[in-house]
Design a protein around this ligand. Structure first.
Ligand code: ATP
Length: 152
């Protein structure tokens, strides 16, 4: 009888490319009802993704990505993420994310005639991108910093 798996095969595909296809030790994912962690042997499940930061760990090394919307399938030895948008830290244009954050904040402050939900989503996306981009300077360290809860 096969034992419990000790590793996870992680695949991350976005609308326009395949970003990750690796064997990893642990994954944390922003789902619609909160962040959840996956270790090998996890119970099978399907989850909707939220806008937020995800990470995966290989040994002591964590890699961070920003995700926005899509689905995630968890099996005991496999995690598959189909995201509408997924970006690694090095893909993120910091100035663009800062501009998006400023725009969203201005819209939310002048709350008249604003599509509140759209502005809030833009703000959360920009914050996730800025957070992931800032991680690159900590690359390789396992830290405990956290994003605020993900927004569906
Ligand atoms: P913006 O307001 O700056 O256009 P957005 O949040 O509306 O950003 P999205 O609709 O989330 O943009 O994404 C559209 C495409 O642009 C995606 O391919 C996404 O990866 C890319 N993108 C958006 N913002 C950034 C960024 N700061 N750095 C790199 N790529 C980005």
């Amino acid at each position: 009888m096969a034992g419990l798996p000790t590793k996870l095969r992680l695949q991350i595909v976005s609308a326009d490319r395949s970003l990750v296809n690796e064997t990893v030790d642990e994954v944390e994912i922003p789902a619609a009802d909160g962040y959840f962690g996956v270790l090998p042997g996890h119970t099978p499940m399907l989850a909707s993704l939220a806008v937020g930061e995800m990470w995966y760990r290989k040994g002591q090394e964590k890699t961070y990505l920003s995700l926005a919307n899509g689905f995630c399938e968890v099996l005991p030895d496999r995690v598959t993420i189909l995201a509408q948008i997924a970006e690694r830290a090095e893909d993120i244009d910091l100035a663009r994310a800062e501009d998006a954050k400023r725009r969203a904040e201005q819209r939310l402050q002048n709350a008249k005639d604003v599509d509140y939900e759209r502005a809030r989503t833009a703000l959360v996306k920009s914050l996730a991108r800025l957070q992931v981009a800032s991680r690159s300077q900590f690359a390789g360290r396992v830290g405990r910093q956290r994003m605020p809860p993900p927004q569906a």
